[in-house]
Design a binder for this molecule. Structure first.
Ligand code: ME8
Length: 538
């Protein structure tokens, strides 16, 4: 897809493969809004791209090894595998609950993953990118990562994430020669300015990268819950190397010839900002060592906080699954997805989850704009044309060109998706509906209808309104699929996003002429008193 190309029905859809991934989530904890958020963003993009005809592979999964999982399991008196099974099932439940369309769910304790990780690490050993060495340094136990002397001083020898003291650790381990990739990584960043997004995040990584790279230990001997290092089973492979490789093992990249190889490399690795270093520096260096092509973009979003405070176990203010379920019960899944995408931390700043803000967004965007525009257009079609969409009689309305507005919106929508600016994609869709509303207010079809001489004008107005509503619905479908499908049923249009024909569907035309429509009520008005606010605020 080219960013500036306007849509045309004859334009061939881009059917190239696209690969999008979420982080794989730790099984030592239960799923919460953060996990649902990242996965929903990827789902929206995957749906839009499939609709646009691309051959999409959308991957998510769980990260099941490491000392944190081992410790959590010990605390509960169960085996790590039992804990992993229990929580991986919770995460899989989330995918169903949010109707997420991932093509695979990878678990790092699966044999397919373990086998390939061993074979890829063996390759790194053979190329000399992994060697046996000794190291002493400051270690962040919570993050399972060494920090440099400079960084440790800056944070007063405390973890910048958990605030807990760093510990002095000394290990004989296998190391990855990260330092050898300094120049090539700097070139990657210079040649591909879009490699890390948003820009603020890219600048952070570049700053740290220019500070110099140290080799990183990629094995551990102080615990056993991990993949054994090939040829030296006293060591287990460090959880981060094990985890990052999921993006390759899910596509069976360590195996010769496989259908899934066509998806490599990832178009987007979508992650939270706290794990950017691993994805933007260590991961590309590992891929360089393995001589594999680089991902297109690492997109690092910011964090949800909750009612003004950082979410933490001690505060107990995590927006967890039971809380989310209450929102789904009251507002429905589409409303949840809309709020996630439009009010979430997609850019470089954190976003505050507020019950009041949720209600406001629902009411102003979905009830008063999307719902209202669709309902007033279909109501007028019912009243003046017995619900049958009239042909556009070609009347002129100076200052108004809904077709041009729709074309512009679709171009903006496509450009936004290329940038992973999903909020801007929503703005393009809902913006078109606002234009339709303004057009109705300006042309006043309810007055025109009273004059039998002005039937052509009335037909032109309503034919254009319903066509613009239809095109907006195509753009909004990836975010609010259930309601947009109800709308399609009600206006008698035959759209199947699985057919990949968005290029045709998003084109202005007369496909609805003669269709039997009925009045729709897409998003019911909800009384603020019946929202889950009280529970969340308490
Ligand atoms: O880091 N706001 O797993 P994890 C927004 N296993 N997103 C959030 C969030 C918040 N408050 N909290 C979590 C790991 N997330 C590793 C990843 S990948 C090879 C290995 C989301 O269970 C966000 O995507 O801690 C973040 O990066 C991810 O959950 C971390 O999940």
């Amino acid at each position: 897809m080219s960013q500036s190309a306007p849509l045309h029905p004859d334009q061939k859809p881009d059917q190239s493969p696209a690969y999008i991934t979420t982080p794989i989530y730790y099984v030592n904890d239960r799923p919460h809004i953060g996990h649902a958020y990242t996965t929903t963003l990827c789902d929206v993009w995957a749906r839009a791209m499939r609709f646009a005809g691309r051959d999409v592979f959308f991957l998510t999964g769980t990260d099941e090894h490491g000392v944190k999982v081992e410790k959590s399991a010990q605390a509960r008196g169960i085996e790590p595998q039992a804990l992993a099974d229990e929580n991986a099932a919770e995460f899989q439940k989330v995918m169903k609950m949010f109707n997420l369309t991932n093509d695979d769910f990878i678990r790092t304790t699966e044999p397919r993953h373990e086998r390939q990780v061993q074979s890829l690490v063996k390759r790194l050993l053979e190329t000399g990118d992994v060697y046996l060495g000794e190291f002493e340094g400051w270690y962040d136990e919570g993050q399972e990562e060494y920090v440099t002397e400079t960084k440790a001083k800056e944070t007063d020898f405390k973890s910048p994430i958990s605030g807990k003291p760093l510990v002095r650790a000394n290990e004989r381990n296998y190391y990855f020669k990260l330092s050898a990739y300094q120049d090539r990584l700097e070139t990657l960043f210079a040649d591909h300015p879009g490699f890390v997004k948003p820009d603020a995040r890219r600048n952070e990584v570049l700053g740290r990268l220019r500070g110099g790279l140290q080799d990183v230990p990629i094995t551990r001997t102080n615990f056993t819950w991990g993949i054994p290092f090939p040829g030296d089973e006293e060591h287990v492979i460090y959880v981060w190397i094990d985890a990052l490789l999921n993006y390759a093992t899910a596509l069976n990249l360590a195996d010769a010839d496989d259908d899934r190889h066509r998806y490599w490399p990832a178009t987007f690795h979508v992650i939270g900002k706290e794990i950017l270093w691993f994805h933007a520096v260590i991961w590309p260096a590992v891929l360089m060592a393995l001589e594999l092509p680089m991902p297109g973009c690492v997109y690092a979003h910011s964090f949800w906080i909750s009612e003004g405070k950082k979410m933490s176990k001690s505060l107990g203010n995590f927006v967890d699954l039971p809380t989310i379920e209450r929102y789904l019960d009251v507002y429905g899944l589409d409303a949840w997805r809309w709020y996630m995408v439009n009010n979430g931390p997609l850019g470089a700043t954190d976003a505050d989850f507020q019950a009041a803000g949720f209600h406001e967004t629902y009411t102003s965007d979905l009830v008063n704009t999307v719902g209202n525009c669709a309902s007033r257009t279909t109501a007028m079609l019912g009243k003046y044309f017995d619900g049958v969409v009239p042909a556009d009689a070609g009347c002129e309305f100076p200052g108004w060109d809904l077709k041009a507005s729709a074309d512009e919106a679709v171009t903006a929508w496509r450009a936004a998706l290329e940038d992973f600016a999903l909020d801007n994609a929503c703005a393009a869709g809902i913006g078109l509906l606002r234009t339709v509303d303004a057009f109705i207010n300006a042309t006043e079809p309810f007055k025109v209808a009273k004059d039998p001489e002005r039937q052509d004008e009335l037909a032109s107005t309503l034919a254009r309104c319903i066509e613009a509503v239809r095109i907006a619905s195509v753009m909004l479908w990836p975010v609010i699929p259930q309601r947009m499908e109800s709308l399609w049923l009600a206006i008698g249009c035959d759209i199947d996003p699985a057919s990949g024909d968005l290029t045709t569907q998003a084109c202005w035309g007369d496909s609805l002429v003669g269709a039997q429509t009925e009045k729709v009520a897409l998003f019911p008005r909800i009384d603020a008193a019946s929202t889950p606010m009280a529970d969340v605020a308490s």
